[in-house]
Design a protein around this ligand. Structure first.
Ligand SMILES: [Zn+2]
Ligand SMILES: [Zn+2]
Length: 283
């Protein structure tokens, strides 16, 4: 745990390398203008209050089910692992991590860009945290393990469940033949599950363990400076938040902007309409 107060974290992290110069606290207290982001933002406060006990229960169940499946699958993978499979296992694992990174980008982009908090079920439960995060990027550092990871752990449950099912129904020879696919799915689901924890670390400026800093510095997981690029309004690029490896190539390919143009052309919907609406909320 960090020894700094929430206010100190906000003050210092944003002053340090916020590319927009959005020093919300100075603005709030000296210029008396509405903050563009931070816990004082009216929209952020309203969104934070929408976190319900039902949502909490869903996250709680998902986290514990997912952890149980992770342990079961890991033990079964170790049991069936043969050293001569090391190369195929490594290649599959890296492909799994890249898939997880792409998946994080796709889901993050879709949730940031389309839909609204007013939508039934998904609005309050799954889009709300994305809106809140743009208005108050440091709120994630104050969320506990359950709130941070509940939704991502939920996505991994079917994949890990499927793997556990395969281990229990397939013969040893079949498992050996499919070991590449198994490694791919296992690493992919682990990184999908860990995505928001990695994302939380990318917003944490104090008290991170040395091994996390090492992984950030060597870009094994999403580095802090790298993720700042996404937090420049209007939040229209660098959506991948697992490792961030795909952000640069996807930006070069104009992947997200092309997809948005296409969707806008077909549906007439404006990208980031709801996100902008919340950003403007001051009363
Ligand atoms: Zn975002
Ligand atoms: Zn973020």
């Amino acid at each position: 745990m960090s020894l700094k107060s929430d206010q100190e974290i906000l003050e210092n992290s944003m002053h340090e390398d916020d590319p927009n110069g959005n020093s919300a606290l100075e603005q709030t207290f000296t210029e008396k203008t509405a903050p563009r982001w931070g816990p004082q933002h009216k929209g952020a406060q309203e969104l934070a209050q929408l976190y319900s006990p039902g949502k909490r229960a869903q996250e709680f169940i998902c986290v514990y089910t997912c952890i149980a499946l992770m342990i079961i699958d890991f033990v079964l993978i170790l049991k069936h692992f043969h050293f001569d499979r090391i190369i195929v296992t490594c290649i599959s694992a890296i492909c799994g991590i890249i898939t997880a990174d792409f998946g994080s980008g796709l889901v993050h982009w879709a949730a940031d860009t389309w839909g609204s908090v007013e939508l039934p079920i998904i609005g309050k439960n799954f889009l709300r945290p994305f809106r809140e995060h743009h208005l108050d990027p440091t709120s994630i550092t104050r969320h506990d393990f359950i709130e941070t990871n509940g939704d991502n752990f939920m996505v991994s449950i079917p994949i890990l469940g499927f793997l556990a099912y395969c281990f229990n129904t397939k013969s040893h020879t079949d498992i050996q033949q499919d070991f590449g696919w198994i490694s791919y799915l296992f690493l992919c689901s682990i990184f999908v599950a860990m995505t928001n924890q990695i994302h939380k670390w990318s917003h944490t400026y104090w008290g991170l363990p040395k091994w996390v800093l090492f992984m950030q510095n060597y870009h094994i997981v999403l580095p802090r400076k790298h993720h700042r690029i996404h937090h420049v309004a209007p939040h229209e690029t660098y959506f991948c938040i697992t490792t961030g490896w795909l952000n640069w190539p996807l930006e070069k390919l104009r992947f997200w902007s092309t997809l948005e143009c296409l969707i806008e052309f077909v549906t007439g919907l404006k990208p980031r309409d709801d996100d902008l609406k919340w950003a403007k909320k001051v009363t």
